[in-house]
Write a protein that binds this ligand. Structure first.
Ligand code: G4P
Length: 530
């Protein structure tokens, strides 16, 4: 095993989608086709378990579940695939966005009846920011949906993304006949069947001979569409794909397994191998660099309430990771021993002896790690930070017992560093009674429970009316302008001291940028080193 060959066969990716587009179903089918699970249903039941619960004990269980399903490692066609979960629904949080900092490609999954939905768009924007290659999968072809050409057009325009169809649908809903593979001009025939089992041999025939099979009106319509795509569409180009400019598009129906196999083959063969990463000093470290390095993109705490353990999710960037090695935390030079590193295989967590660039390793931690930390062997490295994302939910904490003020302050500071919530300090009060922000509401529930369990602080969460937070940049006069209008703009700072404006509507924000030339509002901000 060489570093080069192990790195080259890694494919680390996430599926981004709006709730209900079929992510759980697709995940399950990818595992089924890669022989990582043998019967569809296990991922699904985990999802059901996740969403049927609400109280704290259940939340513990839920987090246990989400950790085991956070990273799925499986092999296919000689490639080692790492699929990182990006939770949807209620457990959607900043972690979801941060996960995208740890992948090399994303599958953008859409319900073809809905097109681009809000959460897909947001997640896509994060991918765009990183220049991630994005593979599009149009799901639910067994149901009727939007016109394929209109849908492709919508994506191209809304996302400003070139689209390269790899296959093209023939009918939809009850009329769904299959897809034409563009490279071979073959029709892959759709057969509805037993959804739990894998179907291997999809019947194929040359498109030129398919008129009788699909009916002449469908045949002539699809032939026209194919001509149009040939003439006006973007040809498949791997380099353009890897640079994030072109998205290959697949069509299928995850529920009935149709179209899963070509996607999986594509992921194994064409998806991006591990990328280099840039340090804060601007040095680019290649996966083949023999110095081991990785960064922490997520911390999951209290996996087991009796042990108060936390797991840092580390993405390996370069070199060979070995169990038992000592690594240096770039932020403070502290040394950590990688005594019990874990890997995640479908439902099981197990001790891992080694890992390669692209892999995700679970590192047990007793409070040394922070989100964004770099770990490296024999050298101190600091990768440029994982960004912070503008929260959409806001609130503050009301302390039940005033004598616990100090514990509350400590708890809040530590939990903010861990990435549980964001803290916004008001100029007059600082860490006393800060405003809190989160991307997903569940983050507040986690905060309350963590304060109670880890810091013995009973605090009640009270929502605030804000809906938007923007980091303020550009023209420095903007800050003074905002400060001069305290009844309209609430100016606070994040825990790194960066100015942030909180607002109830975008209207006020737009007005400010119109009034102050050069004033900039950012929804994503690099996490400044503390
Ligand atoms: P999510 O993780 O993105 O939220 O979506 P999930 O896979 O749970 O799918 C959401 C719903 O869409 C499920 O139906 C699922 O069966 C259905 N679905 C997924 N892929 C397809 C597809 O290719 N075709 C069709 N017709 N439906 C699909 P549900 O009614 O919410 O759940 P269930 O009763 O099927 O379990």
């Amino acid at each position: 095993m060489s570093l080069e060959s192990e790195a080259a066969r890694r494919r680390t990716f996430a599926i981004i989608s709006h709730p209900d587009a079929g992510k759980t179903t697709l995940t399950e089918k990818l595992l089924l086709y890669a022989n990582a699970i043998h019967l569809a249903g296990s991922v699904k039941s985990r999802k059901a378990a996740r969403h049927a619960v609400s109280d704290w004990m259940q939340m513990e269980k839920e987090r246990g579940i989400s950790v085991t399903s956070s990273v799925l490692q499986f092999e296919h066609m000689g490639s080692a695939l790492n699929l990182l979960d990006t939770p949807g629904h209620a457990d959607f949080s900043e972690d979801t966005f941060r996960t995208l900092a740890a992948v090399d490609s994303a599958v953008m999954l859409m319900d073809h009846a809905k097109g681009i939905e809000p959460r897909t768009l947001k997640l896509f924007e994060v991918c765009r920011l990183r220049g991630l290659p994005v593979i599009t999968f149009m799901n639910k072809l067994d149901r009727s949906g939007l016109e394929p050409l209109a849908l492709v057009d919508e994506i191209a325009h809304t996302l400003n993304l070139e689209i390269a169809p790899i296959n093209w649908p023939v009918g939809m809903g009850k009329e769904f006949r299959g897809v034409v593979e563009l490279a071979t001009r073959e029709l892959c025939l759709y057969e509805a069947g037993d959804h739990g089992q894998k179907k291997i041999n999809v019947k194929r025939m040359p498109w030129d001979e398919a008129e009788e099979t699909v009916g002449s009106s469908t045949y002539s319509r699809v032939s026209e569409e194919l001509e149009l795509i040939d003439g006006a569409g973007t040809a498949w180009d791997r380099r353009a794909f890897l640079s994030g400019k072109v998205s290959p598009v697949f069509w299928g129906s995850a529920m009935t397994n149709f179209g899963v196999d070509p996607l999986l083959t594509f992921l194994a063969k064409e998806a991006a191998p591990p990328a280099a990463r840039v340090t804060e000093d601007g040095e680019e470290i290649d996966p083949h660099d023999t110095r081991f390095s990785g960064f922490v993109f997520k911390i999951q705490a209290n996996m087991n309430p009796r042990h108060r353990d936390r797991i840092g999710f580390m993405r390996v960037v370069s070199g060979h990771f070995e169990r038992g090695m000592d690594v240096i935390i770039g932020r403070n030079g502290e040394t950590l021993r990688m005594a019990k590193p874990h890997s995640f295989m479908a439902q099981e967590r197990s001790i891992v002896d080694e890992a390669w660039p692209g892999d995700i390793v679970g590192v047990y931690d007793s409070g040394h790690l922070r989100v964004g930390d770099t770990l490296a062997k024999g050298t101190s490295i600091r990768y440029a930070g994982i960004p912070q994302f503008a929260p959409e939910h806001f609130g503050r904490l009301r302390l039940k017992d005033p004598l616990k003020r100090k514990s509350l302050d400590t708890g809040l500071e530590q939990l903010a560093q861990e990435g549980v919530i964001q803290v916004f300090l008001r100029p007059d009060t600082g860490w006393q009674d800060p405003y809190l922000g989160a991307v997903g509401l569940l983050q507040f529930a986690v905060l309350e429970e963590r304060l109670k369990n880890d810091y013995n602080v009973n605090a009640v969460f009270e929502p605030l009316q804000f809906r938007h937070a923007r980091w303020v940049g550009g023209n420095p006069a903007g800050i003074a302008w905002l400060k001069a209008r305290p009844s309209s703009y609430v100016l606070v700072s994040d825990r790194f001291g960066q100015p942030v404006v909180l607002a109830e509507s975008v209207w006020g924000l737009n007005y400010a940028t119109e009034e102050v030339p050069g004033l900039e509002f950012h929804t994503i901000q690099p996490m400044e080193s503390p």
